[in-house]
Design a protein around this ligand. Sequence first.
Ligand code: FCB
Length: 440
Amino acid sequence: MQFPDDFLWGAATSSYQIEGAVNEDGRGETIWDVFCRTPGKVANGDTGDVACDHYHRYKDDVALMASLGLKAYRFSVAWSRIFPEGRGRVEPRGLDFYDRLVDELLAHRITPFLTLYHWDLPQALQDIGGWENRDTLSAFAAYADIVSRKLGDRVKHFATHNEPFVIAFLGNWWGMHAPGKQDLATALLVSHHLMVSHGMAIDALRANVPDGQHGIVLNFTPSYPSTLSHADRDAARLVDGFNNRWFINAILRGHYPPDMAQHFGAAMFEMHDGDQALMTRPIDFLGVNFYTRSVVRGGSGLFKEDYVKTDNEYTDIGWEVYPQALFDLLMRLKTEYHAPALYITENGSAWPDVVAADGQIYDEARERYLRAHLAACWRAIQEGVPLKGYFQWSLMDNFEWAEGYNKRFGMTYVDYATQQRTLKQSAHFYQRVIAANALP
Ligand code: FCB
C-alpha cells in the first residue's frame, strides 16, 4: 500500500499535555492549572506542572522526531505564555520559545503544524466568563494575530481550535474538563462562540500569512445504529448530529443542523448579525481527529439513546477499535461535505504499556491499531479522498487530561521519574512505514 509522494507523516502533541514549566518565563495561569488543583477532577491528582518537561527538552524531542523520519509535527501554542492575562500585555519570552521550537523543527526539515487553541485558556479570561463572553473572542483574534505575525514567515499551517466539541461539551455540559461547568445552554453558547472566534482568527491568519494553509481540527465519532429498528436509527441520527454534524455543518454550511437545534429547544442561543459570515470563512484544510465509533440503540439518554458494547477489542481508555469507521468517515466527508484537503490530525490508542526486562516496550496492540487505521487511510485515498497527511497521537506519552498520566497514548514511552524517552515497538514500525512511504 504505497502512499502519495507528498504524503505528510507526522505526530501530534499539545502544549499543556507536554510542556510543564508552568511558572517559567512569565507564563500565566490557565483553566487547566486551576482544574487540576480542584480535588476529584483529575485521576491521582495529577497536574501538567512538569508533564514531559518538553519546555526544557524540546531540542531532544525534535531530534527524536527526526530519528523517526517524521515529516511534520503538530503542536499547540500556550496562549498564556504569549498573553499571561489572556489579552493586553505580550510576554516576549513566551513567543521566543515557539520561535526556537519552529527553527529547530525546520533545521531538521520537519514541517510545523501549529494549533492556536488546544484547551489551555488563560484563567484571566475565564474570570470574565471565558468562552461565554464575547470579549474572549476578540482576545483570541488578537492572539492569532500576534502568533502569526511572529511565526508566519516560517509556519505555513495553522489550525484555530482543537476539538470544539470537547471544549464546549466536556468542559461545560458534562463538567469533566476545565472549566467544569454542567449546563447545556452554556455549552451550546460556548460551541457557537468557538465557531465565531474561529472565523475571526482565520481572518487574522489570512491577513498575516496569505501563502499559508489555514483550518480547524474537529473530532468525529461516527455513530452506527445497533439494529435497523426505527428507535435505534433515530437515536443514531441524533447522536451523529451532536458528535459529528454540529460543527462541520456550521463551518461548511453556515447553520447548525436543524434537527439538533429543534432537539435542544430553549437551550439554544441566538446568533448575532455577522456570526454566520464569520463561521463560514473558507478553510484550506479540515483536521480530522478520529479514535473510535459509537453503536447506539433506542434508550434513555437525552438523544433517546443507549450505548451498546460490541465484541471487538477495546483500548485501555475504553474505546472500541473499529478502523472501518475511519474509512466510512473519510468517504462521508468527501461525498456529503465536499471537504477541502483533509489531514488526520490525531489518531492513536492507549494501552497499558510495560517495559520488558530488556528495556523494550512491545506494544503489539498499538502497532495493530496503527496498521489497521493506516490501511483505512490508504483505501480512502484510492477512492479519491483528498487526504494529505496523518499525525499519530501522540509523539510521546503525556498528560491525558482528566485521566492524568495513567493512559499512555505515545509511540514513545516516557518514564516520568527520569524523563527518559524510549521508542516503543510501534514507533519502530511507524519509522519503517515512513521510510518506505508504504504500509508493508
Ligand atoms: C483528543 C485530544 C488530545 C488527546 C486525545 C487522546 O481528544 O485532542 O489532546 O487527549 O484525545
